[in-house]
Design a protein around this ligand. Structure first.
Ligand code: ZN
Length: 114
């Protein structure tokens, strides 16, 4: 984590999915969205839009979920400039992540390893 050349270390807790778990999650998302697609076949009028939309959304959603390797469960990032504590909530995260210090407003860049 850095700010204007100054660096500090934060504490981050991640959940990392195995390759098998990522495939399982992607298949689950695909089946869930395509399940909605099958249901939408029986909706008069809307099925003309919903079926192709949900077909593509299922594929895109599955790829996005498969590509997600880890999730930040919680994080604490002390500001190198002022020492203020910045908490990060549970989120999908990609490095480098830009945040703004809640105390002094300086832009912080959080870097990490995948
Ligand atoms: Zn600060």
């Amino acid at each position: 984590m850095s700010s204007d050349g100054r660096e500090g270390a934060g504490k981050f807790l991640f959940h990392t999915w195995t390759h098998t778990a990522r495939i399982s999650r992607a298949i689950a998302v695909l089946l869930m969205i395509w399940g909605g697609m099958i249901v939408s076949v029986f909706i008069p009028g809307l099925h003309l839009i919903l079926v192709p939309l949900l077909f593509v959304a299922g594929l895109v959603g599955a790829v996005l979920i498969y590509r997600q390797k880890q999730m930040l469960l919680k994080g604490e990032a002390p500001c190198p400039a002022c020492g203020g504590e910045n908490s990060l909530a549970k989120q999908a995260i990609r490095f480098p992540k830009q945040i703004q210090c809640v105390k002094c407003g300086v832009n912080l860049s959080i870097t990490g390893s995948e």
